[in-house]
Design a binder for this molecule. Structure first.
Ligand SMILES: NC(=O)c1ccc[n+]([C@@H]2O[C@H](COP(=O)([O-])OP(=O)(O)OC[C@H]3O[C@@H](n4cnc5c(N)ncnc54)[C@H](O)[C@@H]3O)[C@@H](O)[C@H]2O)c1
Length: 330
């Protein structure tokens, strides 16, 4: 089976590619290599895959890749993925996430595929209070420019299934963490700043709740969907392991042996969703997948990985100073 992976040089996409190579799939990666993309993530498998540096909004180049690779399956990860950046400027989010998804869906229609896996997010559902869960049929109610662009892409995929019978399956994972995550997201931000004994910024009072999924488990779930998922269906991919942001930060500091006095509460993110929580019974019952990694175990593995790859982490630090200055305000 030939699998075309967009965004395969990103955090989750690269883990998915590494697992796919191990499973013996023929893989082609299509990635623009934005600030978030990095070929270092694919170093171990680079001789076993094909790679195209290509923007998903570039219809001509995308069609060229389809004509050369003739993929059976497309797994579409490529996206602008950081909520804070979408608040600073929504434009690249609407371009890549919505128009780019349209280009990919059109190419899949034109060239024919047996499955198009559209990677969405739990953020499309909006926010929850202290209780309750999101189910696959919960109406979408996104709140940030990022989640609105992802909801549009999600719905577009389902429209192509309904209208053209393109075999689209939609996957909505919760918050991922693990090796190779770009240090603009909470977990690697904490690790990087704590390593440098810098203040660790936490939005509001750190009360917001997220469901935390180890990236290796997420990639396995998506391979399960590739192998056994049904076109037209939606699958939530969660771990059931909810933590407040402040608990996440304290867990990381404790693993690193750093003092909690590094924590600095900063002005809350505008429109910050309070809580996300997925019901993931469907993928468990129908496809037999469930998350294996406990939060504390996954966090220990993650911290260890960053300590062993400190150079990579530090190499990103300089370009982040400006972003941090703009989003973390006292
Ligand atoms: N990280 C999470 O916690 C999480 C949770 C749920 C869903 N998701 C979704 O999973 C997918 C992957 O997330 P991630 O965290 O790995 O993101 P990431 O930001 O680490 O990687 C995104 C990748 O897409 C590439 N890309 C961006 N714009 C592109 C364009 N116009 N054309 C081609 N490639 C482009 C980047 O170069 C990068 O390699 C995204 O669709 C995201 O919305 C992520």
């Amino acid at each position: 089976m030939r699998v075309l992976v967009t965004g395969g040089a990103g955090f989750i996409g690269s883990e998915f590619v590494r697992q796919g190579v191990e499973r013996g799939y023929e893989i082609a990666v299509l990635d623009k290599l934005t600030y978030a993309g990095d070929m270092a993530r694919l170093e171990d498998v680079k001789d076993k895959i094909s790679f195209y540096r290509c923007d998903v909004t570039n219809r001509e180049f995308v069609e060229h890749v389809f004509s050369v690779e003739k993929p059976d399956v497309v797994v579409h990860f490529a996206a602008e993925s950081h909520v804070d950046r979408s608040i600073l400027d929504a434009t690249p989010f609407l371009d890549t996430n919505i128009k780019g998804t349209q280009v990919m869906l059109d190419a899949a229609r034109r060239f024919g595929v047996s499955l198009f896996v559209n990677i969405a997010t739990d953020e499309v559902y909006g926010e929850l209070g202290e209780s309750g869960h999101f189910y696959e049929n919960t109406p979408l109610n996104p709140n940030s420019p990022y989640s609105v662009s992802k909801a549009a892409a999600d719905m577009l995929g389902r429209a192509y299934y309904r209208t053209y019978r393109l075999p689209v399956v939609t996957v909505r994972p919760c918050n991922n963490y693990g090796p190779w995550q770009y240090p603009e997201k909470l977990v690697p931000v904490v690790i990087l700043r704590a390593l440098r004994n810098q203040e660790v910024p936490v939005y509001g009072r750190g009360e917001n709740v997220r469901e935390w999924l180890y990236v290796g488990d997420c990639a396995e779930a998506i391979w399960t969907v590739v192998e056994r998922g049904k076109a037209g269906e939606i699958y939530n991919v969660g771990s059931g392991q909810e933590r407040r942001n402040i608990e996440v930060v304290k867990t990381i500091l404790s693993i690193m042996g750093k003092p909690e006095s590094l924590i600095t509460f900063v002005k809350d993110r505008p429109g910050h969703d309070f809580r996300y929580s997925l019901c993931s019974e469907k993928i468990k019952k129908e496809l037999g997948w469930e998350a294996k990694t406990e939060f504390e175990e996954g966090m220990e593995k993650t911290v260890r990985w960053y300590l062993e790859h400190r150079d990579w982490l530090e190499s990103k630090a300089q370009e982040l100073e400006e972003l941090w200055r703009r989003v973390y305000k006292k």
